[in-house]
Every structure is written in structure tokens, then in C-alpha cells.
Design a protein around this ligand. Structure first.
Ligand SMILES: Cc1cc2nc3c(=O)[nH]c(=O)nc-3n(C[C@H](O)[C@H](O)[C@H](O)COP(=O)(O)OP(=O)(O)OC[C@H]3O[C@@H](n4cnc5c(N)ncnc54)[C@H](O)[C@@H]3O)c2cc1C
Ligand code: SF4
Ligand code: SF4
Length: 1011
């Protein structure tokens, strides 16, 4: 590959960085972030690269951006626009002032239902736009996989393409106009040529220059611009002489907005985009074609496309197996299979009438018969089944991305586009190339347009760079031979700008440079992308550059499961603890974050409540993982995890474990926070308030003896205010009330039950015992009624303090006091294991306590005993649902006076798949309709919401969805919440008129016993 490459652009901020920050702070209303933590967090995207920006601006308005562009222009500092930062090629990585639109520049303007157009600011997220459009029967159909986080500005910047591009085209086909600001401050609306007559003189001159280049290079454009739909590399110089299979405009007229689409922020800043909308498809069908080989599937893709489907997506054998290995997906994928296919193609048809897509599905079945594969199509007409299968395809990719070890699937030829007649041969030959380089790739995605995704597994800290280049060279030769596009979806960025010259030839490369210089003569808009790019394998720009070292760390928790290496060909992992991580596996656990940005999603699920409340990158799972990674690499000094940037990044993490389940690569920030807090308290000690909360299980027995005294804080006027001043407990909060009638003081250890059913051990946690003992009473009644012999868990007789109640140690974990938590966990294991050995189930009530037996207990070095306990520890609803499924549950339940229940599951229940059992046991109550609140964390999260410093954000979290749903519920609706903090949050924030109380599910069951 002989293309000319530039040296990396390095901006040395020196003194001027401080000047810049000061000037910006004076000129803008948004946040100016020049601290090391912020710069580190904005140094990466979903690529393999890392370059520290000069600083970050989170603008409040377009005026802020205008001011920043002007100041940067004067100081000669590059600017880099950024949305979600989910680019895979390093587009948003650079030594520049990064301008993050995603927080504030997210207004939807100028909607015209009849014309089917809408204006959006660049920070609007695609899913949000589509949710907004849905009631109007419209959508923006460029359905990228990252729709939950990708912004329209970023999508335009990258000329993004969705799964259904064969029906709707790429971004370039769906943008009508762009209001833009040039680096010299000139503003104009770029759109159809005929509408640009009144453009400012500077823009008029620019357009004349563009026309001259277009006319001069006409022949070269025809010769060298690939004639495929999926070509997103270089500039869209073919606006003037269309080359795409699908012209950018219906009448092939020139629209200058299309030149900005795909320009990766290198030409202008896009202030507002005018988008073309499409009607929401009224009906869909899905045909799943089963193929005996991947080659056959690829060979047939072109025939399937002739049926005019809206998508043809590939799922290969590896992904089928990954899905089948997951109990949640096995049934769904099995429904799509006929025998043991090597690959399946998901062929979707859409239509306005019910009959149209059905007819085309029948055509597909007939076609496969004609092609020699009769009986190979699974017909899916049910919308639910179709959705479930699309989810499987996404999840399979996620599992692949979660490969532990230093070898990772690397995106650099992930989106080459090849004309369909050559697809099979391309896949076959590239698979052989991978094998020759000692790696492999899993194939998936957009067979309809010849853009198959594949990421060979490479170790970018060792020989990955050399292999990347070698594989890229061979892949590019094939792409050239087949007249395809090297960049068919993800753009150029740092990994492929070097290849622009290769793809388009020297003349067009020079023309691209001229275009860049016409727009941005000073070269300040995202330099080094598309033109004058750096080498893809310049390791100094890698996230793990040569010399990268992880600082040694003696961890409190066991992270050895992450301290492994993988075999690039088989995927097999080395034994735990053999990965060579000086941080005993914690470093590699942190590095699992590949920056895909999925934690920025807002729609369903839990992840990430603090980001949802603040929209700050710092308060995002990704921001936290990056902060920890940088800390471990020494970026914040020798203190690493005890450093201030780490404290600040973790401060608003509510340890909801949402990321543990929802992050595609399984980043478990709640656990990481325990480790980081442990390291911090070792260096800095613990503030008194935190110690007080952590040791609550120790002093609780005393408080319960004199509850009137312990409750003075909420009964004595002025005491709450004092508690805020002295201890930091928010005066706006009531604290949980101490009780004398604690459960364990009253309960006898052994209860006989009413029948000879199985034995159950009730683990009563600290919170239930002292604050909500009626929940434990209810549990006894329910289990009694179902005929179980209930044993109340007590400390082992050999315990040093046998009279002290058992405790899971959660309050200690929340403070990072891991040794103390381990001591508590050991008591629990010692006390409960004998029951487990006898075959008894351990049943608990408080999700965060009981589920720690299945989570943190396993990384505390408690050995096989903890493992055995974890396999037999259940929330009461899990236990009852299991018994019901097994036909062993006889619970005589009657209808309640209430007919509706609103269910708010605790975040840890969601993280451990324990929501369905809740719904199942509530469904046992005759006539009770249950609705679930689609909310993230309630915002109380243990002691988080009681902290004066967290009060506001805690309320904001609750107000996002939970509280509006509670307030909207009819007064006689039961509000069900198993978490003690969730219940307290609901009660606390609905005090006064319209007060609502939530209750534990077991108390709902108790009421339905009707006794
Ligand atoms: C797991 C995964 C799956 C993906 N799937 C797809 C897919 O299906 N299809 C697809 O096309 N891509 C896909 N991508 C790539 C990426 O998500 C998309 O390109 C996405 O549209 C980028 O949006 P963003 O908001 O993250 O943009 P960013 O990454 O923040 O920015 C993208 C580019 O746009 C520029 N930009 C942003 N805002 C402006 C502005 N206001 N003015 C000027 N320039 C601006 C930036 O400078 C940058 O060059 C995927 C990425 C990942 C990690
Ligand atoms: S934390 Fe997980 S979801 Fe968030 S960017 Fe990292 S890998 Fe993606
Ligand atoms: S544990 Fe919850 S709050 Fe913390 S990073 Fe994960 S999703 Fe966000």
C-alpha cells in the first residue's frame, strides 16, 4: 500500500491550553472541561485509538459552539465535533477541542407531517427521534445498530447505514439540508444547488470551487468511485456525477448537504439537519433461510435481493452456537432452525397491506425451491417472534464482543462492501487469510448490500498491528478485484484515512484535499481524518501504545476470572490468574469496556441511572471504565484507584448492577466500585458518616433497644438539619425508623409448618429485621401456608458472637470495607452451609442482600462453600415461582380488594433475571392485573439518596420514570417494590398530599392468603 500518510497531529497545549480554557469559560454557558479525567474520558471512541484532546466543551447552545470555533480559530486549536463517540474508526479521537453535543444540543425542530421532514439538532439520539415520530406514523429509517446512543450529527458525520439500507439507503439518501458553520465562522444552509443562490459570498466562492473540481475530475470520479450503495469512504465527490447504485437525490440533482454527509466533521460544524422521513411499515414478515454452508448462503444472497426485501441479514454458525448456549435465547433461535444449518439469512419483507409481505414470503419459499433448497425457509409472520429473533442476532454479537483476554475482535475491515455476485468468494478467501494469520472471524450482518461484518481477533499490545496491516492488504486486494468499497459503513477516521488514496487514486485524493482546503483553509476541523491521514498501524495512537503498563495492584476481591488470555483461533481461555495482569485481573476487567457507548441508552433497562440523570460522560459506565483504565495506567499519578478523578467518576455510581447485565461486554462497575473504594479507604481512611453507615449491622442491636433515642433525628425539631451539617445526611430526608419489635428478637428458630413439605431457611437481613420486620412475618405466613417447614437462619453456635444477627455485609461493601464484609460473609456461609448440605433452600427478602450471596460472596475467596450456598440461595419469589413450575406449590390465594398492581423491581432483581418470578407469583393472585414500571434505579440505592450531596441527583433519578408512574397510578393500585430503599424513596418523595406507600411482594401474597 503506497498511499501517502501524514505524521500524527500533535497539539502541544502548553500555556495556551490554560488560556483557551479561561477564554472559553468566559465566552460560553456550557461546561469547559480541561481536567485530566475529562480529557482522558474523551480520548477514545469505539476504535482501537486514543489521543488526548486539548480540552472538552459541552455546549449549552449553538452560540457556545460558534464562540468556541471563533476562539479556537484565533488560537489555532483544532475542533472536533462529537455525538455519542461510538465511531469504530477513530473519527472522534484527536488532539483538538472536543465539542460534545449529546447533552444539550438535542432539540427536535421544524416537523412537517405532510412533507414528512423534520429538523434536528446534532445531539438528538436516533431512538429518541423515532419514539417522538411514532405517534405520527413516521420514522427516520437509517436504523443503525447503535440507535440507542448514536446521534443524528454523528450519523451524518459518518454517513451511517442501517440494516434496512437496501430499502431506504444510507444517511446521504435521507438528509435534505444541513445548516452549517465553517471554521472561519461563516454560516450557510447547504442543500439543493438550486436553493443556494442566496448563500454568503464566501460560500458562493466555495461552491464555485467545488463545481470546478467536479467538472475537472468528472472522468476520474466515474473511473474510481465504487459503484456500490455502501461506499462511505472519502468525500461524496460524486454529488456532481452520481455513482452510487442508488442516486443521492431522486432526480440526480446536486445537493451540497450530501458533501457534508460522511465528512466526519472535517469540513464544517453541522448545527441542524433537515431529514427526510418515511412512513412506519404497517406489516412485516420474516423468512429465515437455512443453508448447509456459509458459502451457499452468500452465493444465494443476490437471488434473495431480487425479491425486494427490506433486509437480508446473516447469522453464521458461531453466532447460532453462541445463541444456543444462552438459555434465554435457545428457544428463539431453535425456532428459526431447520436441522443444523451452517448459516441462516434473515429475509424481511415490509408492506402497507397485510397481503403484500405475506405474498413475498411465499415467493421466497418458492425461490428457495427453485434454487435447490426446498424446505429451507422458516416462515415468521408473528411480530413478537420476529422481534425476538432480531434480538438474538444482536445478543450473539454482544457475546462475541465479551471475549476475555488481550486478543479482541478488531474493527478495521469490518465493513468492506463487495458486489453480491462476488460475496461468497470474498468470504471464503478472507476466511483463509485469517487462518494464515493465526486468527478467525465471525461473519454477520448486511448480506443484502454485500457489507458483511467480520472482526478478526487480534492482540493489539503484541503482534496485532502487524497482522492488521497484513490482513488489510490482502482484503483490500480482493475488494479492488471485485470493484467493491473498502469502507462500506463505518467511515475512514484514523484506521482508514490512509486507504482513501488507495481506494480513490492520487487524483481524487488531491481533489479531496482541495475540497478540505476550500472549506477549512486553516485545517482546524478534525484534522487527520479522510485527508492527510496517519498510518492505521501507528501504535503511538493506540489505546494500548507501546510501553503501556498497568500498575500493580493487590486486589481485595478475586478478579482472576478476567486475568486470562484467549486462543485467537479456538476462543479457548487460559486458566484464571494466568493472563499476566499486574492488577490481578482488575485491569483486564476494566479493559473489557470497548467504548461502544451502549450505556448511553435511555429507553429500556437500568443502565446507567446516573448518566440518565446528569448526561455527563463522567457519570457513565464507559466514562467510569475509562477513568479506571487511565488510573491503572498511571495517568492520575501513583495513587491510581485512590486518586481524585476516580473518586469523582464513581461518586454517582449507585451500584445498581445494571451494567453487569446490560453492558455487552459485561463491565460490572458496581463490583469495580467496591474495589476502588477499598483501595481509597486504605489510603485516605473513611469519613465518620460512611463508617457509621458501614458498621450499622454492629450497632443496630443497641439502636433497637432504645429506638426513641435512635429516632430523635427525625422527631426532634432541628436535629435533621444538624445531621446534615455534621454528618451529611440530607435534612430533606426522613431516615428509616428504628423499631423495638425486631423480627429476630421475636422469632423462634424452628417452625414446624403445617405439612411435611420441604425445609426452607429464611435469611432475614439487617434491614428487614430492624426496619421492616412485618415482611419477615409475612414470609413466615406465606411459607407456612404453602406447607414448608421454615427455619429462621441464625449465626452458627461456634460464631464468636452467636447472638448477633447474620448480615450479608452489604453496608461494608458499599464503603469498600471488604475485610469486614468478608467476615460477615464467612459467618453467613458457616451458618447456612449445613442447611444447604441437608438440601434446604435458603430464602431471603431484600434483593441487594440476598443476591450478594450469589454475587460478591463468590469473589471473596470463600471457596467451594460459597459456590454451594449461591446455588441454593433464592429470593422468596424466585423460590415460590420455582416450586410452582415444579408443581409443588399449593398456596391458597384469594382475590384482593385491589385489582391492579404497579411493580417496581429492584435493580439487582433485574440484574439477576429475577423479575419474571415476581410477575409469576403475583399472577397467582386471582384477578390482579400487574403492570411493570419501565424505570431505571429509584435513586435511593442504599444510603446514596440520604446523602445531602446526592439528594438532588437521587430525586432526578426517581423523577425520570418511577415517580411519574407512581403518581399516575390510581389510588387503589398496589405499589409493589421489594427493595427497602425503593420503598423508602417512594414514600419520601410522595409525602403529603397523594402520599403512596409501596409494599414487598411477600406482603401482597400474605394479604391474598385471605386469613
Ligand atoms: C457495536 C457498534 C455497532 C455499530 N453499528 C453501526 C451500524 O449498524 N451502522 C453504522 O453505520 N454504523 C454503526 N456503528 C458506528 C457508529 O455507531 C455510527 O457511525 C454512529 O452513527 C455514530 O454516531 P455517534 O453519535 O456516536 O457519532 P460520533 O462517533 O460521535 O461522531 C461521528 C462523526 O461525526 C462527526 N460529527 C458529529 N457531530 C457533528 C456535527 N455536529 N458536525 C460535524 N461533524 C459531526 C464527528 O466528528 C465524527 O467524525 C456501530 C458502532 C458500534 C460500536
Ligand atoms: S461500559 Fe459496556 S456498554 Fe458502556 S461503552 Fe463500555 S462496553 Fe459499552
Ligand atoms: S452500577 Fe449502575 S450506576 Fe454504576 S455504572 Fe453500572 S449502571 Fe451505572
Amino acid at each position: 500500500m503506497s498511499a501517502a500518510v501524514a505524521k500524527p497531529i500533535v497539539f502541544h497545549p502548553g500555556r495556551s491550553s490554560g488560556d483557551l480554557a479561561a477564554r472559553l469559560s468566559r465566552a460560553v454557558a456550557g461546561d469547559v472541561l480541561f481536567d485530566a479525567g475529562s480529557r482522558g474520558r474523551y480520548a477514545t471512541d469505539a476504535s482501537i485509538y486514543q489521543i488526548e484532546p486539548v480540552g472538552v466543551l459541552v455546549p449549552k447552545s449553538a452560540d457556545d459552539v460558534r464562540a468556541a470555533i471563533a476562539i479556537c480559530g484565533e488560537q489555532g486549536v483544532p475542533v472536533l465535533a462529537r455525538g455519542a463517540g461510538s465511531s469504530q474508526c477513530g473519527q472522534t479521537v484527536g488532539a483538538a477541542l472536543v465539542i460534545d453535543h449529546s447533552k444539550h444540543l438535542s432539540r427536535i425542530n421544524g416537523f412537517d407531517r405532510d412533507a414528512m421532514t423534520v429538523g434536528v439538532e446534532p445531539g438528538v439520539v436516533l431512538d429518541r427521534l423515532n419514539a417522538w415520530l411514532k405517534p405520527h406514523g413516521l420514522w427516520f429509517p437509517v436504523d443503525v445498530s447503535t440507535s440507542a446512543q448514536a446521534t443524528l450529527g454523528g450519523m451524518a458525520g459518518n454517513n451511517s447505514c442501517g440494516s434496512r439500507s437496501i430499502a431506504y439507503g444510507n444517511m446521504v439518501h435521507n438528509v435534505l439540508a444541513i445548516d452549517a458553520t465553517l471554521s472561519d465562522g461563516t454560516e450557510a444552509r447547504f442543500g439543493p444547488e438550486r436553493e443556494m443562490g442566496a448563500a454568503p459570498p464566501r460560500v458562493g466562492e466555495l461552491l464555485r470551487g467545488l463545481r470546478a473540481i467536479g467538472a475537472r475530475e468528472h472522468d476520474e470520479i466515474e473511473r474510481n468511485v465504487p459503484k456500490v450503495l455502501r461506499r462511505v469512504g472519502g468525500y461524496n465527490i460524486d454529488v456532481c456525477c452520481p455513482q452510487s447504485e442508488r442516486p443521492y437525490t431522486a432526480d440526480e440533482s446536486v445537493n451540497y448537504a450530501h458533501l457534508l454527509v460522511g465528512s466526519e466533521g472535517t469540513l464544517a460544524w453541522m448545527r441542524e439537519l433537515t431529514l427526510k422521513l418515511a412512513p412506519l411499515p404497517a406489516h412485516r414478515t420474516l423468512g429465515v433461510v437455512n443453508f448447509p454452508t456459509l458459502y451457499k448462503a452468500m452465493e444465494n444472497a443476490r437471488h434473495l435481493v431480487a425479491l425486494r426485501p427490506s433486509a437480508v441479514e446473516l447469522v453464521d454458525r458461531t453466532m447460532i452456537d453462541l445463541a444456543r448456549g444462552n438459555p434465554a435465547f435457545r428457544a428463539v433461535i431453535d425456532r428459526a432452525l431447520i436441522g443444523e444449518p451452517d448459516a441462516i439469512l434473515l429475509v424481511e419483507f415490509i408492506g402497507d397491506t397485510r397481503e403484500d409481505p405475506l405474498r413475498r414470503l411465499r415467493d421466497l419459499v418458492a425461490l428457495m425451491g427453485d434454487l435447490g433448497l426446498p424446505g429451507s425457509v422458516v416462515e415468521m409472520t408473528d411480530a413478537g417472534a420476529q422481534r425476538a429473533l432480531w434480538e438474538v442476532r444482536k445478543a450473539g454479537l454482544n457475546i462475541m464482543m465479551s471475549l476475555k483476554g488481550d486478543g479482541k475482535p478488531v474493527s478495521f475491515i469490518e465493513d468492506c462492501a463487495v458486489p453480491l455476485p462476488h460475496l461468497a468468494e470474498y468470504v471464503d478467501r478472507l476466511t483463509q487469510v485469517f487462518a494464515r494469520h493465526g486468527t478467525r472471524g465471525t461473519w454477520y450482518a448486511h448480506a443484502s448490500v454485500g457489507t458483511l461484518h467480520v472482526r478478526p481477533i487480534l492482540d493489539m499490545r503484541r503482534d496485532g498491528a502487524a497482522k492488521m496491516r497484513a490482513i488489510a492488504e490482502e482484503a483490500s486486494a480482493m475488494v479492488r478485484q471485485y470493484k467493491g468499497a473498502f469502507s462500506g459503513e463505518h467511515g475512514d477516521g484514523l484506521v482508514r484515512s490512509e486507504w482513501v488514496g488507495w481506494q480513490f487514486g492520487p487524483r481524487l485524493s488531491r481533489a479531496f484535499e482541495e475540497i478540505k482546503d476550500l472549506f477549512d483553509p486553516a485545517g482546524l476541523m478534525n484534522p487527520g481524518k479522510i485527508v492527510r491521514g496517519t498510518r492505521m498501524d501507528d501504535a503511538s495512537l493506540f489505546r494500548f501504545p507501546p510501553g503501556h503498563r498497568t500498575q500493580p495492584l493487590e486486589t481485595a476481591l478475586d478478579w482472576s476470572a478476567w486475568d486470562v488470555q484467549n486462543d485467537a483461533v479456538t476462543g479457548a481461555l487460559s486458566p484464571p490468574g494466568t493472563g499476566g495482569d499486574p492488577a490481578q485481573g482488575f485491569g483486564k476487567a476494566v479493559e473489557m469496556c470497548n467504548n461502544n457507548g451502549h450505556c448511553r441508552k435511555f429507553d429500556a433497562g437500568t443502565m446507567c441511572p446516573s448518566y440518565r440523570a446528569t448526561r455527563d460522560e463522567r457519570h457513565l459506565t464507559r466514562g467510569r471504565a475509562n477513568t479506571l483504565r487511565l488510573a491503572l495506567s498511571g495517568r492520575f499519578g501513583p495513587d491510581a484507584l485512590a486518586s481524585e478523578p476516580v473518586r469523582a467518576a464513581l461518586d454517582l455510581c449507585v451500584s445498581c448492577k445494571g451494567c453487569r447485565r446490560e453492558c455487552p461486554t459485561g463491565v460490572d462497575m458496581a463490583k469495580m466500585k467496591i474495589e476502588a473504594l477499598h483501595q481509597r479507604q486504605r489510603t485516605h481512611g473513611l469519613p465518620f458518616r460512611d463508617r457509621l453507615i458501614a458498621h450499622l449491622p454492629r450497632w443496630a442491636p443497641w439502636a433497637a433497644r432504645v429506638p426513641w433515642l435512635a429516632n430523635l433525628r427525625d422527631t426532634l425539631p432541628g436535629a435533621a438539619k444538624l445531621s446534615e451539617t455534621w454528618l451529611g445526611f440530607s435534612a430533606q430526608r426522613s431516615l428509616p425508623a428504628w423499631r423495638r419489635d425486631t423480627f429476630l428478637r421475636r422469632a423462634s428458630a424452628e417452625r414446624e409448618g403445617t405439612a411435611a413439605n420441604a425445609e426452607v431457611v429464611l435469611f432475614v437481613d439487617t434491614f428487614t429485621n430492624y426496619f421492616d420486620p412485618e415482611n419477615a412475618d409475612a414470609a413466615i405466613k406465606v411459607l407456612d401456608a404453602a406447607g414448608y417447614r421454615v427455619h429462621v437462619a441464625r449465626a452458627d453456635g461456634a460464631d464468636t458472637d452467636p447472638s448477633r444477627p447474620l448480615c450479608c455485609g452489604r453496608t461494608y461493601l458499599a464503603a469498600g470495607l471488604v475485610d469486614e464484609a468478608k467476615a460477615e460473609a464467612r459467618r453467613v456461609v458457616d451458618a447456612l452451609l449445613p442447611h444447604v448440605e441437608r438440601g434446604a433452600a435458603i430464602v431471603g427478602l431484600e434483593p441487594s442482600c440476598l443476591l450478594s450471596l450469589r454475587d460478591e460472596f463468590l469473589v471473596m475467596g470463600l471457596g467451594e462453600a460459597a459456590q454451594r450456598l449461591s446455588e441454593n440461595a433464592f429470593l422468596i419469589e424466585e423460590f415460590l415461582a420455582r416450586e410452582h413450575r415444579a408443581g409443588r406449590l399449593e398456596l391458597p390465594l384469594v382475590a384482593l380488594p385491589q385489582t391492579r398492581a404497579l411493580l417496581h423491581p429492584h435493580c439487582h432483581q433485574k440484574a439477576f433475571d429475577a423479575v419474571a418470578p415476581l410477575q409469576q407469583v403475583l399472577a397467582l393472585i386471582p384477578g390482579l392485573a400487574v403492570e411493570m414500571v419501565e424505570a431505571s434505579c429509584c435513586g435511593m440505592a442504599g444510603s446514596f439518596g440520604y446523602d445531602a450531596a446526592h439528594y438532588d441527583v437521587s430525586v432526578r433519578m426517581a423523577e425520570l420514570a418511577l415517580l411519574p408512574a407512581v403518581r399516575a397510578a390510581a389510588p387503589d393500585t398496589l405499589i409493589v417494590a421489594d427493595g427497602t430503599s425503593c420503598r423508602h424513596q417512594i414514600a419520601d418523595l410522595t409525602r403529603g398530599a397523594g402520599a403512596r406507600d409501596a409494599i414487598h411482594v411477600v406482603r401482597v401474597l400474605e394479604r391474598a392468603l385471605g386469613r
